[in-house]
Design a protein. Sequence first.
Lengths: 237, 404
Amino acid sequence: MNDRATADDALIRLEGIVKEYPMGMETVRALRRVDLTVRTNEFVAVMGSSGSGKSTLLNIIGLLDVPTSGEYWLDGRNVARLSHSELARLRGRQIGFVFQTFELLPRQTALENVQLPLMYSRTRGRRQRAVEALRRVGLADRMAHRPNQMSGGERQRVAVARALVQQPSLLLADEPTGNLDTQTGGEIMQLFVDLHASGQTIVIVTHEPHVARCCGRIVRLRDGQIESDAPNETASC
Amino acid sequence: MLILPNVQNALDQLRSHKMRSVLTIVGIVIAVTSTITVVSVVQGFATYVSGFLKGMGTNAMWVWPERPPGEAGKTLGRVELDLQDLAAVQRGCSALRLVSPLIMSQSATLRFGRDELTVPVEGVSAEYHAIRNLPVGVGRPFAAMDVEGGHHVCVLGREVLRKLNLDEGLVGGTLLLDGRRFRVVGLLDEKGSFLGNSLDNIVLIPYTTALKMYPQFRRRMALAAQAASEKEVREARSQIVNLLRRRHGLNPYQPNDFQVRTQDEILEAFHAMSLVATVVLAGIVGISLLVGGVGIMNVMLVSVTERTREIGLRMAVGARRRDILAQFLTEATVLSLIGGGLGIGLGYGLSWLVSLHPKMVDITVPGWVVILGFGISAATGVVFGLIPAVKAALLNPIDALRHE
C-alpha cells in the first residue's frame, strides 16, 4: 500500500470507502465504495436526499468517523486507521467544522467560543488569533456577546470564525444555512465564497440547490454511491 | 493540562445549576464538618486532660485497695492498705520522693454561723501539698505536730470560701465540720476547674484526724505518692507493687489486691476513650462521604447526558478523550472541594459554638485536620466523578453531536 497519494495537489483522496452500521439485526450500508478526490482550494457541494449518505461522507472526511473499509489520504497522509487521539489532534488542526445548529457553548462569549480549538491544541496567543478570526467574519464588534445575545446569522459567523481560527486546510460545513432565513443564509454563503476566493478549501453538504449554486463543483450522492460529479461552470451566488 | 479553563468551566456549571449543586454537596459538607468538629473537640480535651494531669502534680501516682474480680478475689481476706503499709512504702521505696495517705469523704457537712454546705474532705499528710501541687497561698499547711497529734485544723480551697461568702480573714477562725470544731490554718491557691467541676471545692484535714472522725473509711485509705523523677515512675511503681505484695502475703498466682495508677496510665485511659470517639467519627464520615459521593456521581451523570452535544462539539474541534475526562473530573472535584470548603467553614463555626458552653474546654481547630478535610473531599470528587467522566470521554463524536 502506497502511503502517499499521487504527487498531485489532492487535499482529500478517498478510495473505495465503505461504511456500514449495525441497525438492530441488519447492517445498513451508508456508503458503498465511494472514490472522491478534492484538490486544494476547491469549493465542493455534496448534495443528495436524506439517507443518501452525504452526512456519513462528511463525517468520514472530517475524521469524526472511520470507514469500515477503504483508504483515505488527507493532505498526503493515510488517515483511515489512526488512533482516537491522533484523529482528535488532526481534527483540531487540519479541519474546521461548521454545523447547521451552530453548536456554540451557550455560557461563553463569542471570543471564548472561537478560542476553544486553540485551547485543545495548546496554542499560545489564543486571544489575538480569535480576535483576528472574528474580524475576518465581520464580528469585530460582537466579541463580548454570548450566543443568546446574537442573531442566527451572527451565531453562524461565530461558528465560522471558530472553524477558521486554526487556519485549517479544510473547512467542512453541514447544512450551514439550514437554520437561517434566506437572506441571512445568502450572507453566510457569500462569506464562504469570499473565504474560497482567499484560498480556503471548502466542502459543503447541502440539499438546497441555491446553496450548491455558489460552489465550483457539485457531487451528488444517491444510495451511498456517487451519482454525478461535475464542475459548476456557472458558479454564482 | 487545561486546569484553568476546566476550573472556570466547572464554576460556570455550578453557577448555572445552583440548587442542584448545593443539594449534591450536602453529604460532603456533613462529612467534613463532623471531621473538623469532632477532631477539634477531642484534640481540645486531650490537650486539656494532659494539662490537667500535669496540674495534679509532677510524676504523681495513686495506690488504693481493690479486690480483684472473680474467684481470685474471693480467697483473699481483708483488702485494705493500713498505716503499716504506709510506713513501709515510705521507708522501702527508694524511687519515691513523697508519700501521703489519702482518706476521702465525699460529703462532709461544713457549718459556719448559719451557713451550711456539703464539701468533699480529704484526710492527708503535709506532703500531700507537694504531691498534688496544692500550695498554700494564705496561712500555713499542716505542721508535723498537727498530723501527729490529730489536731482539728483544716486547709480550705478557694471555692469553699466563695460559697461561704467569706474572705481571707477566715484564716485563724473556726468552723464546724461534721459537728467538730476545726481551726482554719491556711487557704489553697486557686486551681480553676476541670470539666466544669471546681478543683477548689476541697477541705484538707490531717489524716490522723480523719481516721478518728471516719473510722468506717479506714479500709478505703489510699496513698498518693510522687516519684523522685520522671524516669523513676516505672521503678517506683514496681517497688510499690513488690513491697505491697510481700506485705500482703500474696503468692505468685494471686493477683494484686490493690491498684497503682500513674498519670501516664490515666492519660492512656483517656486516649482509649478518644479512640472510640474517633472510630465513631470515621463511621459518620464514611457514610456521609458515600452519600455525598453517590450524589456527585448522579449529578455528573446527568450533566454528561445534558451536555452530550457540547462534548461532541469539543471533540470535533480537537478535544481528545483525556481532555474530556479531565474536564468532567475537574468539575466533580471542584464540586466536592466546594463542599469541603463549606464543611471546613461550618466545622470552625460548630467548634466555636461548642466552645461557648461554660463547662467546655478550649477548642482550636488543628491545621492538619483542615488539610485532611480538603483531602477527603477532593478524593471523593475524583473517585465518584470517574465513572461519569469516563462515560463522557468514551462518547463517539458523531453520536454525541446528533444527541437530542
